[in-house]
Design a binder for this molecule. Sequence first.
Ligand SMILES: Nc1ncnc2c1ncn2[C@@H]1O[C@H](COP(=O)(O)OP(=O)(O)O)[C@@H](O)[C@H]1O
Ligand SMILES: [Mg+2]
Length: 247
Amino acid sequence: MFAESATHGRSIDGEVVIETRALVKRFGEREALRGVSFAAHRGELLAVIGPNGAGKTTLLSILAGIRPPDAGTVSRPPGEIGWIPQQAAFYRRLTVTENLRLFAHLEKVPDTDATVEEMLDQTGLADRRNDQVGTLSGGNQQRINIAIGLLARPRVLLLDEPSAGLDPRQRERLWEFVLGLAVAGTTVIFSTHNIAEAERYGQRLLVLADGEALFDGTSAELHAAVRESGARDFEQAFVAFLRDRGH
Ligand SMILES: Nc1ncnc2c1ncn2[C@@H]1O[C@H](COP(=O)(O)OP(=O)(O)O)[C@@H](O)[C@H]1O
Ligand SMILES: [Mg+2]
């Protein structure tokens, strides 16, 4: 169990693991990213936050190397990047172990057996190993989705709206697990449109709106930037912050 203070209090050793400069991505006339630059550090939890259509998935898929940008650069660490898309890639009719073995094979992971055992252990799914994935709860399915992304032991894990569709308890367990990965040194970049979740679990927040990075800093710094006298709460102040910047 990691307390909230454990994330926010943790210092980052400063080593930049993944970095982008002036990323641009267009889909026809539409500019999904308009010059986004940021850096993420070892063991850092970075929340990419913004309304639907802001460009979060586009940004993560470019970081993952699945899509090329139209302009700008990405510097990635050597080795694999873990990519956990919103739509899980696993096979519902196969068991947990069969899925992990299949993906380990596809990713040419050395020592499949040991790696699969480690993932079962790490994700707490060892006692579900022979269950068909389609019969598991949404929370456990999301763990398998993450375990698949972790098979190649990436230094960077990208999670696209990982808690969407989970109930509050599943969500809490998911975040405990993800925080543990970050504490162990993995750089975790996750997207969300939920400001409360971004604040709670992100050590740093990158705010995207209409493909533009409007803010990059801690949640305390965002509070300071967003402060508005008339707002009922932070979420409302945040909406006003976006509106004042034309979004
Ligand atoms: N494959 C695609 N083809 C055309 N437009 C796309 C495609 N993917 C994303 N877009 C557009 O790019 C913008 C950003 O989308 P996306 O990155 O999915 O945003 P988010 O994940 O923040 O909701 C949206 O306007 C979306 O409609
Ligand atoms: Mg998205």
